[in-house]
Structures are given as structure tokens and as C-alpha cells.
Ligand binder design. Structure first.
Ligand code: ATP
Ligand code: MG
Ligand code: MG
Ligand code: MG
Length: 476
């Protein structure tokens, strides 16, 4: 079943059941806590917080999402993309747990002929919060799930809140057993690769007066109107229904791997290290396509830096696979062709998208051309001196003079069998920042915000992703 068809069936199922169909919001919604929309509920936040009243009591959407937090997982797990699509159904004071469980169960196990996904009920497991005996009973009575396949999970995993006072409540997640060849028995609590999480149901039932962490909050009392927020991973369902091994092999993503394989002359499936690179390429190309489509341009701060890093990682991965030519003109059109069924505006925007992307590749190629020689020299000097660690001063010079971000230096050093004195590098960066700060004081008031981001960037390098994500409230 094609991804576009899985998405169509999701919408049709909930439309049939009276939900208003809401188009995906841009990835760039204005939200002080988020760089990008990272869950289907984000555009509905004002309704859940009671700041606005929706014009419908139930809604459904397929929301574009970007989760930078998951970048290190890409290609290594079967299920994490930096870009993915979250299918959701939402109830604003309308149906609650029973409705949410019934709707999800009907779609997941409904026969393919009748518009469902046709999963075998025997392969389905769910998790619930231990105190949520109501959900446990409903899974048993409404869906007919045996208690052995209803597992309990604590607050960290199965409680949802927005990180601020407001609504909160337990979640219940749906998992599909991919089979014994993928891991040990024992349900999702035993193995999350064999048991694949496809859908999270959030039951917003209480008002929180204080939230210190996901699992540390004060409950003020029950919510007057209880809400439902769910998220089903479109790519995860697609890879299962398409009989693939992971989300990078689905119809919307795999053609980029095929093209990359032609260009590099390397076969996908021959070597695990190469395969991870192929998957990183395909994932990052698609994310970059969708981000530029929504208006992001490469830069050194915040959103622009995320895009820059995605593009550069894709280009570097192609180089590591043995392709030195310009990669983006070969790969972006392939991704666009696959995504335009669901996002027809890509066609009209493609000229602009390619202009932005190709200019970034040209700039990066120049950086690499200038810096690679210097890097190689630094690496050789280090080795000649009998050392295995590139000095902080060298890493700093690469950054300062040749625009080499520290993550690139780290990657290249590791390929050359060297480590990097990151502490020394950071000390030099801090010194430079102090100088800049003193300088900025005399020009007070200008660009204060970007200065903060720059600071995070310089300081954390590759963990920048994390630094940003800690700003993000986990939305599910
Ligand atoms: P996981 O535990 O696998 O990281 P999650 O619990 O973080 O997933 P949720 O926040 O519950 O995911 O999001 C709802 C659904 O969105 C998930 O059940 C999954 O199907 C999908 N999803 C979440 N993150 C990703 C991702 N990085 N790539 C693809 N699909 C995702
Ligand atoms: Mg996750
Ligand atoms: Mg999870
Ligand atoms: Mg989840």
C-alpha cells in the first residue's frame, strides 16, 4: 500500500466518523518553545490550552513534523526520521478514551477491502499508564486484547504534558510485533525494534498547576472538558504495510537511495556502515526539501543551521560513499518526484528550492576544498608528532579561518583515526565569545537573540541539536 494511500485512508476513516479535515500547518509555526512543528497537536495547542475555541469538536490531520532530536538515530534504528508525517485525530471535549481506542482499533485492524490497514490483531500490543485501569479495561473490552498484550509503563513514557501548567494526562501506545527474527519475545517493554510503536493516544484528563518535568507535576483537578490527541507515524505504518525493513525503504524515500547507489557505484545492502550513510542521505534530502519548501534558508543560527547541517551531512555522506560530484542536483529532484503526490506545491516551489539548496552545496564544496587540505595537513602533523589527538588550537583554526564547524572536524578526525581536544577547542571558543561580548556591549541592543543562538552553536557543536531540543516541549 503506497504511503499516499495510507494517509488517504487515515483521513477518510476519521472524516467518515465526523471529523473536520484540517490541512497540515507549515513546519514553521510561531511557537517560542519549538524550532519546528514536531507533533500533530502543535497547531491545535491554543485549543487545548483553552486560549481559543475551535469551530469543530473533532478534527483530523496529517501534519508535517521535524524532530532534530532524532538525528543521531537516523539510519541506525528502523524508525526515526528527521522529517516524518504524523496522522492524528483530535477531540475537543467530544469523545474520550473509548472513542479514541475504538477509532484506532477499527482502522488498524479493519480489512484492506473496507478501507483499513489489515493488521493481524494477534500481532498488536499496547502500553498503558499503570494507574490508568480505565484504558486497560477498554483495550480488553472494546478491542478484545488479552491482558498479556497490555503492558504497563511509567510516567516518563506514558504521561503527556506540555511542560507548562495546563492540560495533562496518560498516554497509551500501539505496537506491532514484527516477528521473532527482529528480537526477543516479551512485548514492547522488552524490545522496541521488534515491537514497533506506530500510534500514541493521549488522554488529556487533568489540569496541571505546575510542571517541573514530564514525570514531576502537580495535578490541580480534573479537566472540565476532556480532550483526545493522537499521533500515528505514517512512515512506520508504511514500512510495515510495504513489507520493508525500515522507514527509509518506503516508496517516498527509497528512490533517493537507489539514485545514490547508482551515483556512488555502491550497492545498498552490502555493508552496514554504507547502508547507514545511504539512509542518512535519503532522510536528510527529504527533510531539507520540505524545510526549504516551507521557507527555511541555510544559515548559522537556529532553523537555518539545522537545514545547513542536514544538507552538509547528506553531501558528506555521499562523499564518504565515494561520490565527489554535486549531489543535490541528482538527489533533490528524485525526492520531489516522490513527495509531490502529497505536497503538490513542491512542483511550483521547486525552482526556488533548488536555487537555495544548490547555492549551499557550492558554498560547502568551497569550504571543503579550502579546509580539507588544511585538515589533512593538521592530521599529518599530529600523527607525525606521534599523537592521536588533534589539538584544540588546530580545530579552532579550522573553524575560525576556514569555516569548518566542529562537528565536521570531529567526523573527519574520526575517519582519520584521530580524536579531537574538544575541551581545548571550547576554551578557545569561549575566549573568542568573551571578546565578542565585550565588543557587543559597546553596540548594545542589536541582534541580542542571534547572539544567544550563536553561543549555543559554538559551545555545543554537534550537540547543538540537543541544545535546541531541550527548548522543545515533548509534544507526545
Ligand atoms: P519513539 O519512542 O519510537 O522515539 P515517540 O514515542 O518519541 O517514538 P511520539 O512522540 O509518541 O513518538 O509520536 C507519535 C508517533 O509518531 C509515534 O508513535 C511514531 O509512530 C511517530 N514518530 C515519532 N517520532 C518519529 C520519527 N522520528 N520518525 C518517524 N516517525 C516518528
Ligand atoms: Mg522518540
Ligand atoms: Mg515512544
Ligand atoms: Mg510515543
Amino acid at each position: 500500500m503506497e504511503t499516499a494511500e495510507i494517509r488517504r485512508r487515515f483521513i477518510a476513516h476519521f472524516e467518515r466518523n465526523g471529523h473536520a479535515v484540517v490541512p497540515s500547518a507549515s513546519l514553521l509555526l510561531d511557537d517560542p518553545n519549538l524550532l519546528f512543528v514536531n507533533a500533530g497537536m502543535v497547531p491545535f495547542k491554543p485549543y487545548f490550552l483553552g486560549q481559543e475555541t475551535p469551530q469543530w469538536s473533532t478534527a483530523t490531520s496529517v501534519q508535517k513534523c521535524v524532530r532534530t532530536l532524532d538525528i543521531e538515530e537516523v539510519g541506525k534504528t528502523t524508525r526515526h526520521g528527521t522529517f516524518f508525517q504524523m496522522c492524528g485525530n483530535f477531540s475537543f471535549g467530544d469523545y474520550f478514551k473509548e472513542g479514541a481506542i475504538r477509532f484506532a482499533w477499527e482502522l488498524v485492524t479493519g480489512s484492506v477491502e473496507d478501507g483499513g490497514y489489515g493488521f493481524d490483531p494477534e500481532k498488536i500490543w499496547v502500553t498503558v499508564l499503570p494507574s490508568d485501569t480505565e484504558a486497560k479495561e477498554l483495550w480488553h473490552t472494546v478491542a478484545g486484547l488479552p491482558y498479556e498484550r497490555i503492558q504497563e509503563r511509567g510516567l516518563k513514557d506514558n504521561y503527556w504534558n506540555m511542560g507548562v501548567p495546563g492540560p495533562g494526562g496518560p498516554c497509551s501506545e500501539i505496537y506491532i510485533d514484527r516477528g521473532p527474527q527482529y528480537g526477543p519475545d516479551g512485548g514492547p517493554n522488552a524490545d522496541e525494534d521488534r515491537f514497533l510503536e506506530i500510534w500514541n493516544l493521549v488522554f488529556m484528563q487533568e489540569e496541571l498547576s505546575a510542571v517541573r518535568a514530564k514525570d514531576d507535576f502537580d495535578v490541580a483537578g480534573p479537566l472540565p472538558a476532556k480532550n483526545i490527541d493522537t499521533g500515528m507515524g505514517l512512515e512506520r505504518v508504511a514500512y510495515l504495510l510495504q513489507g520493508k525493513e525500515n522507514m527509509y525503504e518506503i516508496d517516498e524515500v527509497f528512490p533517493v537511495i537507489e539514485r545514490a547507489s547508482e551515483l556512488t557505484g555502491k550497492r545498498y545492502g552490502a555493508d552496514e556502515g554504507d547502508d547507514v550513510r545511504f539512509r542518512v542521505v535519503a532522510d536528510h534530502i527529504r527533510s531539507a526539501l520540505m524545510l526549504i519548501n516551507d521557507g527555511v534558508t541555510p544559515g548559522n543560527e537556529a532553523r537555518g543551521y539545522v537545514l545547513r547541517r542536514l544538507l552538509r551531512r547528506a553531501i558528506r555522506s555521499m562523499r564518504l560513499l565515494g561520490y565527489d560530484g554535486k549531489a543535490l542536483p541528482e538527489l533533490l529532484p528524485v525526492s520531489k518526484e516522490r513527495m509531490k503526490a502529497s505536497y503538490p506545491e513542491l512542483e511550483a516551489n521547486f525552482e526556488r528550492i533548488t536555487r537555495v539548496a544548490y547555492a549551499e552545496e557550492d558554498a560547502f564544496r568551497k569550504t571543503l576544498a579550502a579546509g580539507t587540505q588544511i585538515f589533512d595537513q593538521a592530521a599529518t602533523e599530529t600523527k607525525d608528532a606521534g599523537q592521536t589527538r588533534l589539538s584544540g588550537a588546530k580545530a579552532f583554526a579550522l573553524h575560525d579561518t576556514y569555516g569548518f564547524p566542529i562537528d565536521l572536524t570531529l567526523e573527519m578526525a574520526s575517519e582519520a583515526g584521530l580524536s579531537v581536544d574538544e575541551e581545548g577547542f571550547r576554551a578557545l571558543m569561549a575566549e573568542q565569545r568573551e571578546r565578542a561580548k565585550a565588543d557587543a556591549k559597546s553596540k548594545k541592543g542589536q541582534h541580542a537573540d542571534t547572539g544567544v543562538y550563536r553561543g549555543i552553536l559554538d559551545e555545543h557543536g554537534p550537540t547543538t541539536w540537543l541544545a535546541y531540543e531541550t527548548l522543545e516541549t515533548e509534544s507526545k
